[in-house]
Structures are given as C-alpha cells and as structure tokens.
Design a protein around this ligand. Structure first.
Ligand SMILES: [Zn+2]
Ligand SMILES: [Zn+2]
Length: 146
C-alpha cells in the first residue's frame, strides 16, 4: 500500500451522515490499536485506523469537533452525532488517522499489524499472523509515511 494509487477514491461518513470524508489516495498503513485511549474514543474493544496523507483527505462540511484530551494527540468527532473521525499525532506530522469503521471501503482495508498489544483486552482474541507491537509501533508508522 506504500505505492500511492492515484486512481483510488475512498469515501466514508459518520453515523448520522452530517460529516462525509473523501480520500483520493490509499492509506499508507492500516493498523489495529489496542490502547486504552482508542478504546474510549471508539467505544469498541479495539480500534482500527487508516493513516492517510493529510493533503489527500477532505471532510464535508468540516472535521467537526476537535478534542485534545492528551498531550500530542488531537481527535475529531462529528459535531452532530459524535462519531470518531480522526486522530492526529504530533510525532506524525502531515498524517491523519481515520477510523476505518466510518469508511465505505472498510472491507478492503485490512490491518497490517497490531499496535499497543500490551493493552489488549484479555478476552479479545484475534487469530492472525500479523506482527504485534507492545507499544506504539512508532517506527513502523513513520517508515510507512516515507
Ligand atoms: Zn454525524
Ligand atoms: Zn490507540
């Protein structure tokens, strides 16, 4: 997925439909995140995010409400229904992480690894061969963006 396919269009919307998203290139990387933050943000036992170049993503009418509850991270939510839309990390400039569950092409966006495996819920068992990182997999994320 590192090769940007310019013919790709990825679309999505929040729960209520007030916020729509469109990306004109495939994501750099798709990953599970088992961290407690992502769990709270999504309300799900594990989050899956797709990392896009900020430049190829547009939100209509806008990205909604910004919440910066933790240093270095900004999350956005639909201003009407509160669906989690994005995450941005200071250490990954120019990238926007979109919750895969809001994307119409989610079925084609299989995760490539597990981040924050050390915080995975004990009862959650995902049977796959993907690489598992105890923490943020920061190096994999920054490499994927190059
Ligand atoms: Zn909404
Ligand atoms: Zn996380």
């Amino acid at each position: 997925m590192a090769d940007a396919d310019t013919s790709t269009t990825i679309t999505g919307r929040c729960y209520c439909g007030a916020t729509r998203v469109r990306a004109t290139q495939a994501p750099h990387v798709v990953a599970y995140c088992h961290c407690t933050d992502c769990r709270r943000v999504t309300g799900a036992p594990v989050a899956v995010f797709a990392a896009f170049d900020e430049a190829v993503v547009t939100f209509t009418p806008d990205e909604g409400r910004r919440v910066a509850a933790n240093p270095g991270v900004t999350r956005t939510f639909c201003a009407v229904c509160g669906s989690p839309l994005t995450g941005r990390y200071d250490y990954l400039p120019g990238q926007v992480y979109i919750a895969v569950g809001i994307l119409d092409q989610a079925n084609d966006l299989a995760p490539q690894f597990h981040a924050h495996e050390s915080q995975r819920l004990a009862w959650l068992h995902i049977d796959d061969e993907l690489e598992r990182f105890a923490k943020s997999a920061r190096s994999q994320l920054t490499d994927a963006a190059k």
